[in-house]
Design a binder for this molecule. Structure first.
Ligand SMILES: [Mn+2]
Length: 489
């Protein structure tokens, strides 16, 4: 999602604080400047503002409280420091006073004030239905049946019939079903979209069940994951559609429920807030610090200092600050949105995070960047969570997403990346998020998301069969016969 810094402006103070670093940086063509990581407050709180001597002189006679307000640095939220200095240099004393008054009045409205502002969003605890949205039916209420996946396709052949499910897979309702069916992969919907300012990810799971692409033969490997793996549709996780905070604890329980059976959870969102409960669940099952994350996104998703504790722009901040994943085991790929400023990159570097922007991809190409990302992801852990925000793709391929950003991946790039990652790694789980199909006047967002899911399932099947990442079935290359291009495959 877009950077809140553009709205709150708190990073202005950060920019001011690191101004010295930037000002001292030579022209990028003039050699390689020493890398400098700006030191900054974890929450991006403003730093004191140093007033130039001539500006300070102009403030003679101005109330000391007002001067202290300027020096506190909070003015960076409302005006760039150079514009502020300029105004003071040119202003008459009464104009300067009025200007500072206006900023103070604005500031008084912005900050939390006890008694005036709502400190928490209240719930009606007297509601007799307080938890009904997530209260699970007991098997005792239903007719008896043997545990195991339930096939919902009516016909043997053709393109459908029966009921729409993820990847055309049978359904499972309980962990007992997963265990009895020795399920490899449980695909589960999480239609949460309160965390996105631009909604409709609620329809992501629905659209992906209705649109093809996730099932069937992968031509690269000539593997049909539906035949090679035991895949189920685990239904949707209950969401309180009025509250991200109320929903995510239940998502965490459900993702852990799947992972504990040994099945790989693949969570279809829903917005990217989901990454927080998903990765926390993986850490609950495999241990804190035992899971790395490769996070595909055009955005950095490390919003700090926000009012709401979770939304789709800050799951990474929550995951890392709560210690579910070490900063150094958190690898980002595809960043290009306008969010992070120098201060934010500084925060990420200070946490040990490894980020690979589209700038880096343009410089080195996908193969080198992905090889590096994977090496980093495997330094300390074996288990890998893949968090795939579809807005890492170019809007040409994924127009149906809340915060699209041009200049992204093509499907031709994304499919082999997903296939290989899933073939190479011990996957703790995957989320495919921010699929908002009705922001797309065509069907391609859901279709492309399903083909990505298929590439991933093919990769998991390749690993199960002991095939190396990058494996190409000889039958689908060079007729499987000749050495026309040189060495036979
Ligand atoms: Mn995201």
């Amino acid at each position: 999602m877009p950077s809140m810094t553009a709205i709150t402006g708190w990073s202005m103070a950060g920019i001011a604080a690191i101004g010295a670093v930037v000002a001292g940086t030579p022209d990028r063509n003039a050699g390689t400047p020493a890398m400098q990581t700006p030191l900054e407050d974890d929450m991006g709180r403003p730093k004191p503002l140093e007033l130039p001597k001539d500006v300070e002189a102009k403030l003679t006679g101005v109330d000391q409280a007002k001067i202290d307000f300027l020096k506190s640095g909070v003015t960076g939220r409302y005006v760039e420091k150079d514009a502020l200095f300029d105004r003071i240099r040119k202003g008459k004393p009464e104009e300067i006073s009025a200007y500072i008054d206006a900023m103070q009045a604005l500031h008084a409205q912005v900050e939390y004030k006890a008694g005036r502002d709502l400190a928490a969003i209240p719930l009606d605890t007297k509601s007799p239905w307080f938890n009904d949205w997530k209260a699970k039916r007991s098997g005792a209420l239903d007719p008896k049946r043997a545990a195991g996946p339930i096939e919902l396709t009516r016909y043997v052949g053709g393109w459908g019939g029966g009921f729409a499910t993820f990847a055309g897979a049978p359904v499972a309702m309980t962990p007992e079903d997963l265990k009895a069916g020795k399920v490899d992969v449980a695909i589960v919907g999480a239609p949460l979209d309160m965390g996105s300012g631009w909604r409709n990810a609620i329809d992501g799971p629905r659209a992906m069940r209705m649109t093809g692409g996730a099932a069937g033969n992968d031509m690269y490997s000539m593997i049909n994951p539906n035949a090679a793996l035991k895949i189920v549709d685990y239904g949707d996780i209950a969401i309180d559609q009025n509250s991200t905070e109320r929903s995510v604890d239940h998502v965490r329980e459900m993702v852990a429920e799947i992972a504990k059976t040994g099945a790989i959870p693949i969570v279809i969102g829903g917005d990217h807030s989901l990454e927080y409960p998903n990765v926390a669940a993986a850490a609950d099952v495999h241990g804190k610090g035992n899971v790395s994350v490769i996070h595909f996104d055009s955005h950095y998703d490390i919003g700090r200092g926000r009012v709401h504790l979770l939304d789709h722009g800050q799951p990474v901040y929550r995951v890392i600050s709560e210690g579910h994943v070490r900063g150094s085991d958190y690898i980002q790929v595809g960043l290009r949105a306008r969010g992070p400023d120098l201060e934010t990159f500084g925060w990420m570097r200070n946490k040990g995070m490894r980020y690979h922007t589209m700038v880096e991809v343009e410089k080195w190409g996908w193969d080198k960047v992905m090889a590096r990302a994977l090496k980093e992801a495997r330094e300390k852990t074996k288990k890998l969570w893949i968090s795939f925000d579809v807005d890492v793709l170019d809007p040409a391929f994924m127009p149906g997403t809340g915060t699209p950003v041009p200049g992204g991946l093509t499907m031709r790039e994304a499919q082999p990346i997903m296939r290989n990652l899933c073939a190479q790694n011990d996957i703790a789980g995957i989320d495919i998020v921010e699929v908002a199909p009705y922001l797309d006047t065509s069907y391609k967002t859901a279709l492309n998301s399903n083909f990505l899911l298929n590439a991933c399932l093919a990769g998991i099947a390749m690993r199960k069969k002991g095939l190396k990442p990058g494996y190409l079935n000889p039958v689908s290359v060079d007729h499987g016969l000749d050495a026309y291009y040189g060495k036979k495959n």
